[in-house]
Design a protein around this ligand. Structure first.
Ligand SMILES: [Cu+2]
Length: 164
């Protein structure tokens, strides 16, 4: 490997690092919160607003948290009067647009807390984006609110009647 090749390799590695850093900063997450769940619940739902001020669409490919065994992207949909949670492989945040994760819609399903969570606690969530970028966010645990769909309750009940 001659000096010129070495320089080219170093430049390309550096370019890759810079690209990743810029990508991670593209997405702006605000109002991130986790719904407090009953102590018997195996899951919590996380909500947030994700904006993409950049010029290219960004794709979230998944998420993780050091405080939970698994994190999945879910979408709650009403089909024939029944609410069901559908796992999503990815989530596209359009260029110049935003995506809102909120009760009765998109959410991150935090599965199997390693320690019990209470209102006021904080959860660290790592969003994984395309190109290997990662975005670390802090979500506050907030009390459950009446009238929301029970996404934070028993995960074994993927379908629930709307009538009750
Ligand atoms: Cu879910």
């Amino acid at each position: 490997m001659n000096t010129h090749t070495r320089f080219a390799l170093a430049a390309s590695l550096l370019g890759g690092l810079l690209t990743t850093a810029v990508h991670a900063e593209d997405l702006k997450v605000s109002n991130a919160w986790v719904r407090e769940a009953p102590p018997t619940s195996a899951v919590n739902a996380a909500y947030m607003h994700i904006a993409n001020p950049g010029a290219t669409d960004r794709t979230l490919t998944g998420a993780s948290s050091p405080q939970f065994e698994t994190v999945e992207i879910h979408r709650t949909e009403i089909v024939d009067g029944m609410a069901r949670m559908l796992p999503q492989k990815q989530l596209v945040v359009p260029a110049g647009g935003s995506v809102t994760l909120e009760p009765n819609g998109l959410h991150l399903m935090l599965i199997q807390a390693k320690q019990p969570l209470h209102a006021g606690d904080h959860v660290e969530i790592d969003l994984h984006a395309d190109g290997g970028a990662a975005l670390k966010i802090d979500a506050e645990v907030r009390p459950d609110r009446e009238g929301d769909m029970p996404e934070g309750m028993d995960h074994s009940q993927h379908m629930q009647h709307m009538q009750h």
